[in-house]
Design a binder for this molecule. Sequence first.
Ligand SMILES: NC(=O)c1ccc[n+]([C@@H]2O[C@H](COP(=O)([O-])OP(=O)(O)OC[C@H]3O[C@@H](n4cnc5c(N)ncnc54)[C@H](O)[C@@H]3O)[C@@H](O)[C@H]2O)c1
Length: 316
Amino acid sequence: MTTRIGLVGAGFIAGRHLDALTSIEGVTVAGIADPRADRAEVLAARAGAAAYAHWADLLDVERLDALWVCVPPHAHGEVESAAVERGLPLFVEKPLATDLATAEALADRIDAAGLLTAVGYHWRYLDTLEMARDLLAGAPARMVLGTWLDKAPRVDWWARQDGSGGQTVEQATHLFDVARVLVGEVEGGWATGSRSPDGPGDILDVCTAALRFEGGAVGSFSNSCLLPRAHRIGVELVAPGLGLWLTEHRLVVTDADGERTIDRDVDPFEAEDRAFVAAVRGEGHDVRTPYREALRTHRLAVAVARAAADGGAVQL
Ligand SMILES: NC(=O)c1ccc[n+]([C@@H]2O[C@H](COP(=O)([O-])OP(=O)(O)OC[C@H]3O[C@@H](n4cnc5c(N)ncnc54)[C@H](O)[C@@H]3O)[C@@H](O)[C@H]2O)c1
């Protein structure tokens, strides 16, 4: 049996998913939709897929088994709703939307339909994240420091508040997701941010938050997009007798034996796609971030972003 997949959005991340999906035996990427028809055509040609200018035509014409939604944050909503109406399993790229209301409404519709979903918080598939979780099982984290100090991506929607929701919602959301896995749920906190006249677009170009977790741990999360290239992206954890530094590529462990570095052994993009395809086929149960679970991370990111804009309390 062939699993027929559609992609909505034909930009950078769609290309990553296309490569991962076409490496899976029995998967066909049947069609790709993007209002930039040139992009849809180029990507479709790579996979022998059909190109569409509108996702509605992709859904109407192709008999799909699942849909990967790879659109910018501002473009979520209608396409997911259409997939829910058709009962079409949905893989959605993070963040779920620029705001909270769109994602909450979709989560309710998805739950009511009992739809199979996954969201692209790919750090969840890092073997090094699993190692960190095992190490912390014996010594729970007391403190977490998350940093996303980077350049502003050069896509037109990214530096616009109404395009991306800002860097905290668009990028630092990965840090919040990892912190939720390794430390637990956030109770509340405080955040502030600002923008400089020469910062990109209309988003905050620096943002920092101090958060308190339900278990008593504390956290500090900072992001900036003012740098010429990626500078420091990851999560540090402090536990009794144990220090961890987790990036997308490696884990550094500091304990009584000294310091050791473990490089990741999996491609997390490939792993998340394989897991969702297996779930769609009824052959696996390793979806680590269904839509409702991703909503908890998105809610936290939006709450921090909102508090940062006002220099105020993080309301969850
Ligand atoms: N998981 C990750 O680490 C990761 C990495 C990169 C990007 N992303 C996420 O993926 C999403 C897309 O990012 P990107 O870097 O691919 O952006 P991109 O700008 O390269 O591509 C987005 C594409 O979507 C298209 N598009 C816009 N509205 C659409 C619509 N209504 N229907 C169909 N297509 C539409 C655009 O024309 C564009 O070609 C973002 O939310 C981003 O956060 C996730």
